[in-house]
Design a protein around this ligand. Structure first.
Ligand SMILES: Cc1cc2nc3c(=O)[nH]c(=O)nc-3n(C[C@H](O)[C@H](O)[C@H](O)COP(=O)(O)OP(=O)(O)OC[C@H]3O[C@@H](n4cnc5c(N)ncnc54)[C@H](O)[C@@H]3O)c2cc1C
Length: 328
């Protein structure tokens, strides 16, 4: 049996899985359809600075994830974000303090976490996998451009669950059926750069009601360039209702919602763009295990947890440990 392992999807889960397998002496190749590292911890580069338009920050609850965070801190890939975190009631304008606790961000952008995990891993970006086949004892991947690569003894699918189902159905129908039960809610994200400061007494603001769910003064995170850059996230309900709208329309609507919250005139907008996350966070996760593994095919990702960076990392790490145990 060939022992090369292919990882399809190199977000936090796939990257954590790949890194551990490599450290355990396995031969690993990772493939991701994105142009760069990050998945939902991506950082968007623009002429007006960078924006973390997916995951905003992360926390560490388990000791082993804290050990990973400590490695990122040592490598300069993460830092604590000592921002002002609060909850805003749009009806009254009241700001309440958010729960205490250390919040971390990737530095200089959230994508630094995945980049750091992938440093020693053979990774191909711009590689959308459209099919997985099993012949004799080896798997072959087919890419969107029609090319193939084969000779893998094990396959890990680390994409959001809805994107995993079609890939799994040919090689592991029972896994496909299990993963099909995982649902994700969408999120519209708007990235806006302003000519001046916005008068809100918070850097990370959870909004209780209205179209907006979260506002972040992205430029206030550690090791960011100066400016007044904000990321606005819509609620799952608003994102579902407006899912197929044009990004420019969504950007205008969420900017208007921000204007309503702020009350005063906003500074002029230098740059604004919207990004649709179709599978932002699991609304119906798989319960009872942090990954699935069957006849040489493993599945991991935040769909096996709470829709957080830590859950995705834990899922990838646990699957890697199971593969190492299985391979002996
Ligand atoms: C808007 C938003 C806000 C969030 N806020 C927070 C937060 O504040 N704190 C927190 O802890 N978490 C947050 N999260 C959740 C967190 O980002 C995710 O839980 C985590 O990043 C998921 O990692 P993953 O590896 O499971 O999936 P992903 O990051 O989605 O990685 C999957 C990868 O698979 C690739 N892929 C998909 N299909 C294919 C294919 N066919 N072929 C090849 N590659 C493929 C994708 O390009 C992607 O890189 C947020 C997420 C979003 C979207």
């Amino acid at each position: 049996m060939a022992e090369r392992i292919a990882i399809v999807g190199a977000g936090i889960a796939g990257a954590a899985c790949a890194r551990y397998l490599l450290e355990a002496g396995r031969e690993v190749s990772a493939f991701d359809k994105g142009r760069g590292a990050g998945g939902r911890t991506s950082t968007r580069r623009t002429d007006h600075g960078r924006f973390d338009h997916g995951a905003q920050y992360f926390t560490a609850r388990s000791e082993r994830f804290q050990a990973q965070v400590d490695d990122w801190l040592t490598a300069g890939a993460a830092a604590p974000w000592h921002g002002r975190f609060c909850k805003l009631d749009p009806a009254t304008g009241d700001l309440m303090a958010a729960p205490e606790g250390v919040r971390y961000v990737g530095t200089p952008g959230m994508n630094a976490l995945v980049k750091d995990l992938l440093v020693p891993v053979d990774t191909r970006f711009g590689a959308r996998v459209v099919g997985i086949e099993r012949a004799a004892d080896a798997f072959t991947l087919t890419f969107a451009d029609g090319t193939t690569t084969g000779g893998f003894g094990r396959i890990v699918v680390a994409t959001p669950a809805p994107q995993a189902v079609p890939l799994l159905s040919a090689v592991a129908p029972s896994l496909a059926a299990a993963v099909d039960g995982i649902a994700h809610s969408p999120c519209w994200a708007v990235m806006a750069s302003f000519s001046g400061d916005i008068q809100l007494a918070g850097d990370g603001i959870k909004v209780a009601g209205g179209p907006l769910d979260w506002l972040a003064r992205d430029s206030a995170k550690p090791q960011r360039t100066a400016g007044s850059r904000w990321v606005l996230h819509a609620t799952p309900a608003w994102s579902i209702e407006h899912l197929e709208r044009e990004p420019s329309d969504v950007a205008a609507r969420l900017l208007a919602a921000l204007q309503d919250l702020v009350g005063d005139d906003l500074p002029s907008v230098h740059h604004i763009a919207a990004h649709r996350w179709r599978f932002a966070r699991p609304s119906a996760p798989h319960l009872g295990s942090t990954y699935l593994l069957e006849t040489g095919v493993g599945v991991c990702g935040d769909g096996f947890g709470a829709g957080r960076v830590e859950a995705a990392w834990t899922s990838g790490r646990d699957l890697a440990s199971a593969l190492v145990a299985e391979l002996g």
